[in-house]
Design a protein around this ligand. Structure first.
Ligand SMILES: Cc1cc2nc3c(=O)[nH]c(=O)nc-3n(C[C@H](O)[C@H](O)[C@H](O)COP(=O)(O)OP(=O)(O)OC[C@H]3O[C@@H](n4cnc5c(N)ncnc54)[C@H](O)[C@@H]3O)c2cc1C
Length: 459
């Protein structure tokens, strides 16, 4: 039995078969009527009056101008939060896909906004370039990932949207606007992370470093030690993160660093340990002490996968197959260990049913106004609730309270119930964002109820 990254990930994983293919399945660009939509996890749904997959900017502008009611964009439908649902017009930019231009001399590449992350790495590799970082999965569209502040791990590596050099946006009245640090700079600060609320983004030009190779190494460490040494490990390695395995005191750690070594085979993944964790929970729920002893013995007995060398897009993202709800907050770097300890203590004291590993990552700060990492290096803590029929808020209510105490900022795409009143104290630029938004879209075309709540805008 081998404990691989996927063992811990499987506990975060599993595309619910019922979640069907998220997003839009229309074959042509003509707006059509009444096809229900649901997200990847099957936890959000809507029945839009119009679903459209325009094939160029002119068609997109016409659909936006003709639309009555709200217009929302969907990427790959991988957000848990209700960012996408609308009963009016739902737009997919899946036809705005692929690499449009590249400039190797200046390390730039332009992609359609609907391009999935898993198509970006291979396209860049062909040109001798790469994405600087990736999240746990790569099913998201570029626009969906950037618009919610999606990130990987790395104390010196900001969230993905930091690699945007410029972008193109179609506004409520059909105008096409380009922005970058040099052109429409305020719009650029607002648009990189904008929750689909400024308009529809059609393409991005990205900073793309030369292709590099990375080496992945795994080990196990006591949670207290991982928390104590984590910041140092994150400073010493390009990527460091760990998964805490509930009721074991043990963390599954790994680093990923650039290397010149030759590429080696990636270890095939095997999910059996996660099933064992669930079985132990079921068999030993009468005794936390017995469960902890069994968990520790199990974790310490597994063979860790050998280190390996690959290009980043084959290494940094994997598949997720376990049906979960996920809450994730970004916390100031120095408060991460205290918050994590408190969350673990709360869960292990109150929730014997809990068995899904918690993820602990590091992310550099940036300057996009609604970035979860605006102005601060952060620790990112994810708590996954296995979908077994009970209400995830049985756990999330207290966990969110702990994150609030430490000035946490919720991941825009994951489970939280913050509104403008909660957000304004942790997002110093939220009112600047609202001002830009109001000027671009005074009628509120690009809002739904959830986004209105986030921005404190009345219907
Ligand atoms: C299994 C799993 C693993 C995940 N792992 C990570 C992780 O490691 N790190 C992390 O940070 N997050 C992670 N996430 C969260 C995920 O990256 C975000 O929720 C992301 O927004 C999903 O991208 P999407 O393409 O599915 O966007 P959607 O969920 O479809 O949309 C997200 C937002 O983008 C907007 N949008 C989409 N297209 C456009 C457009 N063309 N113009 C304007 N707005 C647009 C939508 O309106 C919406 O507001 C994970 C999610 C899942 C389900």
């Amino acid at each position: 039995m081998t404990l691989t990254r996927r063992h811990t990930l499987k506990a975060l994983l599993l595309a619910s078969a019922a979640a069907a293919a998220p997003g839009i399945s229309l074959a042509n660009s003509k707006p059509r009527r009444v096809i229900p939509w649901k997200n990847w996890a099957g936890t959000q749904s809507c029945t839009p009056a119009v679903r459209s997959t325009p094939k160029n900017i002119d068609e997109l502008a016409s659909v936006i101008k003709a639309a009555t009611g709200s217009v929302r964009a969907v990427g790959s439908g991988h957000s848990w939060s209700p960012l996408v649902p609308t009963n009016d017009t739902l737009l997919s930019l899946r036809r705005f896909s692929g690499m449009l231009e590249h400039d190797k001399a200046n390390n730039l590449a332009k992609f359609g906004a609907g391009t999935k992350l898993n198509k970006v790495g291979p396209a860049l590799e062909e040109q001798g370039m790469a994405m600087f970082n990736l999240p746990d999965i790569d099913e998201q569209s570029l626009a969906g990932a950037f618009s919610t502040g999606t990130h990987g791990t790395g104390l010196e590596l900001p969230a993905l949207h930091d690699c945007i050099e410029s972008l193109t946006l179609v506004t409520a009245n059909g105008d096409v606007m380009e922005c970058s640090r040099a052109k429409n700079a305020e719009l650029f600060d607002a648009a990189r992370v904008s929750l689909g609320s400024l308009g529809i983004i059609t393409d991005y030009t990205l900073k793309t470093p030369d292709l590099f190779k990375v080496e992945r190494k795994y080990w196990l460490e006591e949670l207290d030690s991982a928390l104590e040494r984590g910041e140092q490990l994150a400073r010493e390695n390009r990527h460091f993160e760990f998964f805490y395995i509930p009721y074991s005191d043990m963390s599954y750690c790994y680093t990923t660093d650039t290397t010149d070594k030759p590429i080696t085979a990636v270890q095939p993944e095997d999910d059996s340990v996660v099933d064992t964790m669930k079985n132990l929970r079921d068999m030993l729920s009468f005794s936390t002490t017995a469960r902890r002893l069994a968990m520790k013995a199990l974790i310490k007995s597994v063979d860790l996968p050998p280190s390996y060398v690959e290009v980043p897009w084959r290494t940094l993202s994997t598949d997720r197959t376990v049906p979960v709800y996920e809450m994730e907050y970004q916390l100031p770097l120095e408060t991460g260990p205290m918050a994590m300890r408190e969350v673990v203590d709360y869960i292990e004291t109150n929730h014997p049913e809990f068995f899904v590993p918690l993820e602990y990552r590091y992310v550099d700060g940036d300057d996009a106004w609604l970035s979860e990492f605006y102005g601060r290096k952060s620790v990112s803590i994810s708590v996954h609730r296995y979908r077994e029929g009970d209400d995830p808020w049985n756990v999330f209510t207290k966990v969110q309270e702990i994150f609030r105490k430490y000035d946490g900022r919720p991941h825009w795409g994951k489970v939280h119930n913050y509104t403008y009143e909660d957000l304004k104290s942790v997002y110093p630029k939220i009112d600047d964002f609202k001002k830009v938004r109001q000027e671009l879209d005074p009628e509120g075309k690009f809002l739904n109820d959830h986004v209105r709540g986030l921005l404190g805008i009345n219907a």
